[in-house]
Design a protein around this ligand. Structure first.
Ligand SMILES: Cc1cc2nc3c(=O)[nH]c(=O)nc-3n(C[C@H](O)[C@H](O)[C@H](O)COP(=O)(O)O)c2cc1C
Length: 365
C-alpha cells in the first residue's frame, strides 16, 4: 500500500510530527480564541455543491490567468513569512515547488530568502507581498521587486497593529532566521519585521497606512496593485474607486483579528462591490478541491493556501509543496467533473447552495 499523503490533512499530520513544537505552534496558531480560524473551515463546510450530470466532461481545463499571467491552476501560494522554520532552503524551495506546478507564488516581505534569490529559481509567476514599513523602506522594496521581475505588488492591509499569537507568547517563541530582504540593513528588527514578533508584545508600533498612502504607492510603480485582507463591500468599493487591480479577500488565516466571519462568507459582498473592475481572489481555510470550486463559483478568480505550504515544505521541501498543489489539482479536476464543468473560468454561483442569512445587512457607500 502506498505510503504517500493522499490529502492535505496527511501533510498536516506529518508536518506536526516533523517540526519542533514551537515552530509547529507558530504556523498553526490563529489570533486569540481562533474563532475565525475555525470559522474559515466551518463556513466552507456550510456551503454545498450542486452537481450536474449527463454532460460531456471528457476535456477539462483548470488553467487560468491572474492579472494576465497564465498559470496551470487557480490555486496560489499565499505570502507567508519565514519559510526556513519549515525547511532550510526556505522560500527558494517553495518557489521551486510552485514552479513545478506552474502555480503563482506570492512572496512575503518577511521572507528569509531575499526576493532576488527567490526570483532566481522561480519558473512560475511571482507577486511581491508588501508590508508598509514607512515610506523609505516601502519605496526600496517596491523598486527591487519591479527590478527582480515580480508581476504585481500585493499590499497587506489587514494588520494595522501587530498581533502576537498567544501560543507564541506562551512559548516565548524566538524568530531565529534572517529577514532576507533586509540583509545588511542597520535597522532594528522591530522596524523591519512582521506583525507578530515575540517575546516582546509591542502593540504600540504602528505605521499609518491609509488610502492616501495607496495613492503614493501607485505613483511608485507601474506594477498592478492588489490589496490583501479586504473583508467588506465598503472597503472593496473604495478599493476599486482607488483604481486597484485586484482584491484578495482574506482573514489572514484568522491570525490577526479574531471574531470575524470566515473569508468565503465575505466573498459575495466583495465580488458584488468590485463590479468586475478588479479581479477578486480568496484565501483562508482552503484545504480541498471542492473549496476551490466553491470560491470560484462565488466569483473568486483564484484561491490561496497558507498553512498547507508549510506542511508540504516540512514534509518534503520543494517536492512537498509541489505534492500539496498536485493533490489540490486532482481534487479540483474531480470536483469539476462531478459538477459537469469543463472550464474553470466559467463556474457560476448556481453551482453552490448558499446558506440563508449569509452576508451583511444593508450597505450604503
Ligand atoms: C506562518 C504564517 C505566516 C504568514 N505570514 C504572512 C505574511 O508575512 N504576510 C501576509 O500577508 N500574510 C501572511 N500570512 C497569511 C497568509 O498569507 C494567508 O492569508 C493565510 O495563511 C491563509 O489561510 P490558511 O493558512 O488557512 O490557508 C501568514 C500565514 C502563516 C500561516
Amino acid at each position: 500500500m502506498s505510503n504517500d499523503p493522499i490529502n492535505l490533512y496527511d501533510y498536516e499530520e506529518r508536518a506536526k510530527l516533523t517540526l519542533p513544537h514551537n515552530d509547529w505552534d507558530t504556523i498553526d496558531a490563529g489570533a486569540m480564541d481562533m474563532f475565525t480560524t475555525r470559522r474559515n473551515r466551518s463556513a466552507f463546510e456550510s456551503l454545498t455543491l450542486r452537481p450536474r450530470f449527463l454532460r460531456d466532461i471528457t476535456e477539462r481545463d483548470i488553467s487560468t490567468t491572474v492579472l494576465g499571467e497564465k498559470v496551470s491552476m487557480p490555486v496560489f501560494i499565499c505570502p507567508a513569512g519565514s519559510h526556513m522554520k519549515a525547511h532550510p532552503e526556505g522560500e527558494r524551495a517553495t518557489a521551486r515547488g510552485a514552479g513545478m506546478s506552474n502555480a503563482l507564488m506570492m512572496l512575503s516581505t518577511s521572507s528569509n530568502c531575499s526576493m532576488e534569490e527567490v526570483a532566481d529559481v522561480a519558473t512560475a509567476p511571482l507577486w511581491f507581498q508588501l508590508y508598509h514599513r514607512g515610506y523609505e523602506l516601502t519605496e526600496m522594496l517596491v523598486h527591487r521587486a519591479e527590478e527582480a521581475g515580480f508581476k504585481a505588488i500585493c499590499l497587506t492591509v489587514d494588520t494595522p497593529s501587530p498581533s502576537p499569537k498567544e501560543r507564541d507568547l506562551r512559548n516565548q517563541y524566538e524568530r531565529r532566521h534572517d529577514l532576507g530582504n533586509f540583509r545588511g540593513s542597520d535597522r532594528p528588527r522591530s522596524e523591519i519585521s512582521g506583525t507578530d514578533e515575540t517575546p516582546g508584545w509591542n502593540v504600540s508600533r504602528t505605521t499609518p497606512l491609509t488610502w492616501r498612502e495607496l495613492e503614493w504607492l501607485r505613483g511608485l510603480t507601474s506594477l498592478p496593485l492588489v490589496l490583501k485582507g479586504i473583508r467588506t463591500a465598503e472597503d472593496a468599493h473604495m478599493a476599486v474607486e482607488n483604481g486597484v487591480n485586484g482584491i484578495l479577500v482574506s482573514t489572514h488565516g484568522g491570525r490577526q483579528m479574531d471574531m470575524t466571519m470566515g473569508a468565503i462568507e465575505m466573498l459575495p459582498e466583495v465580488v458584488e462591490a468590485a463590479k468586475g473592475q478588479a479581479e477578486v481572489y480568496l484565501d483562508s481555510g482552503v484545504r480541498r478541491g471542492s473549496d476551490v470550486i466553491k470560491a470560484l463559483a462565488l466569483g473568486a478568480r483564484a484561491v490561496g493556501i497558507g498553512r498547507p505550504l508549510f506542511w508540504g515544505l516540512a514534509v518534503n521541501g520543494a517536492e512537498g509543496v509541489h505534492g500539496v498543489l498536485e493533490l489540490l489539482r486532482e481534487e479540483v479536476d474531480r470536483a469539476m467533473s462531478y459538477c459537469g464543468q469543463t472550464n474553470i473560468q466559467e463556474l457560476e454561483p448556481n453551482l453552490v447552495n448558499i446558506p440563508a442569512g449569509w452576508g451583511p445587512g444593508p450597505i450604503s457607500f
